[in-house]
Structures are given as structure tokens and as C-alpha cells.
Design a protein around this ligand. Structure first.
Ligand code: GLP
Length: 241
């Protein structure tokens, strides 16, 4: 349970490289198991990954027809159709471009009347699907994964979070102003993420160097959420400047 594992560290030359390698891993997963359950992420890091995955899918070697997807997180109070929602991001970068049926795509419901119930339902759906086979992650400058901010329990499951000020500042670029950035989100918990069978982390660029260094130091602490990944036996980290 408290075992510590080595990551597979893959240094990449650039964004294109990282995106291709990660897309290849997911393609192989879908070739091996067409009804895979994929855990997906948003943000700037996976944009190239989705592009490559869509390109590979267009070649006709694999299909999303039997695949299930679960995204890590969604803002609370942002309509799915709004340009800044993660629902919209996924439509734009993946869902509209591949043959993944609507009923197989899942993101947390940040518009639910009962948000706590929405969190429980999300966990249940992941479990019912058989659990996540391959989970894509980015990393926040403060080490967050999903929206699990520093201090989040490693035992957490899908839950409501108050976004850290640093996260709201970083994400302000997607909104008209920082004030417009939601203060809360629903995110898969750390425990939810750790239950994925395989994890692929994208951590590229100057902004992420410090976070990567901290990961390399290997200190496991809830103050640095991504450090939980040292407890997972199968993590690949694509990193570089
Ligand atoms: C966001 C997301 C994370 C993402 C991270 C890094 O706030 N909730 O899932 O991994 O920040 O984003 P980026 O890839 O844009 O640096």
C-alpha cells in the first residue's frame, strides 16, 4: 500500500514530440482494448496530444466506438456550452472529431443542483465502467493534478474544490478577467486518479521545470499533490523544457 515506485521518465525534445509519444500510448491502448476506459485532461498541455490522436484515428486503424471517457474535472457554474467550460474544450479538441458516442463521454456536472450527489454519481459511473485503464494528466505549477490543490487528501475521491488563487491566476488567460474565473470546480480525487491502471503525465515547458524537479526529488507529501503518483506502479512522465 505504501510502496514507492519509479516513474518511467521520458525526456522529450518539444511539444510535438511529447504529443506524438502520448498519442501513441493511447492508440496502442485502444488497439489492445477497444472498450478501454480513458481518463482525460484539459489545459494547454494535451492540445497537441488530442491533435495527434485525431490524426491517427483518421487513418482508420482504431475506433472510439466502444471506448468510455471520463474527464478529470469541470468548473462549477459554467454551462457546458460556454467556451471556457471543459465540456466545450473536449468537444472542440476531441469529441467532435472522432467516433466516440455521446453516451460514452463523461465530465463532472458542474451545473448540477446537488453537486455532492453529482460527485458520488461520477465515482459510481467510473466504477461501473470497470475503472480507468489509462489516465492522462497535466500538472499545475503548484503540483496540482486535476484540480486537486495542495493539501488535498490522498484518500480523496471526486469532490468539490475551492481553486487556489495561483490556479485562478494561471487560468485567467481563458476568461475575460481574473474575476470571471470560477472559484470552485469538481475534480476526480487523488484516490480516484491512483486507481487508474496506467497514468501518463505531461509536464513540458519552463513553467513546469520546478514542479518536475520537485517530482524528481521524490518526496511524497499532500502539500504537493502530484507526489502521490510515486505510489502508483505504472506512471510515464513526458517532460522537457
Ligand atoms: C488546470 C487543470 C489541470 C491541468 C493543469 C495544467 O487548471 N485543471 O487538469 O493539468 O491546470 O494546465 P496546463 O496544461 O494548461 O499547464
Amino acid at each position: 500500500m505504501n510502496e514507492v515506485y519509479e516513474f518511467e521518465w521520458v525526456e522529450v525534445a518539444d511539444f510535438d514530440d511529447m504529443s506524438s509519444y502520448a498519442a501513441e500510448l493511447f492508440e496502442r491502448q485502444l488497439l489492445r482494448k477497444p472498450d478501454s476506459v480513458l481518463g482525460l485532461a484539459t489545459g494547454a498541455s494535451p492540445i497537441g496530444f488530442y491533435e495527434k490522436l485525431v490524426e491517427r484515428h483518421a487513418q482508420g486503424t482504431f475506433s472510439f466506438a466502444q471506448t468510455w471517457t471520463f474527464n478529470l474535472d469541470e468548473y462549477i457554474g459554467v454551462e457546458p456550452s460556454h467556451p471556457t467550460s471543459f465540456h466545450n474544450y473536449m468537444k472542440e479538441h476531441l469529441f467532435e472529431k472522432v467516433n466516440l458516442p455521446v453516451t460514452r463521454r463523461h465530465l463532472p456536472d458542474g451545473m448540477a443542483d446537488d453537486l455532492n450527489e453529482a460527485c458520488l454519481r461520477y465515482e459510481m459511473m467510473i466504477r461501473t465502467s470497470g475503472g480507468i485503464d489509462m489516465q492522462l494528466l497535466g500538472i499545475g505549477v503548484n503540483g496540482h493534478i486535476g484540480f486537486n490543490e495542495p493539501g488535498t487528501s490522498f484518500h480523496s475521491r471526486t469532490h468539490i474544490v475551492d481553486l487556489a488563487e495561483s490556479t485562478r491566476t494561471v487560468n485567467a488567460k481563458y476568461f475575460p478577467s481574473k474575476d470571471a474565473v470560477p472559484r470552485q470546480a469538481i475534480t476526480m480525487g487523488i484516490q480516484t486518479i491512483l486507481e487508474a491502471k496506467q497514468i501518463v503525465l505531461l509536464a513540458l515547458g519552463e513553467q513546469k521545470v520546478e514542479a518536475v524537479e520537485q517530482l524528481k526529488r521524490g518526496v511524497i507529501s499532500e502539500d504537493f499533490p502530484a507526489s502521490c503518483l510515486h505510489r502508483h506502479p505504472h506512471v510515464t512522465v513526458f517532460y522537457g523544457k
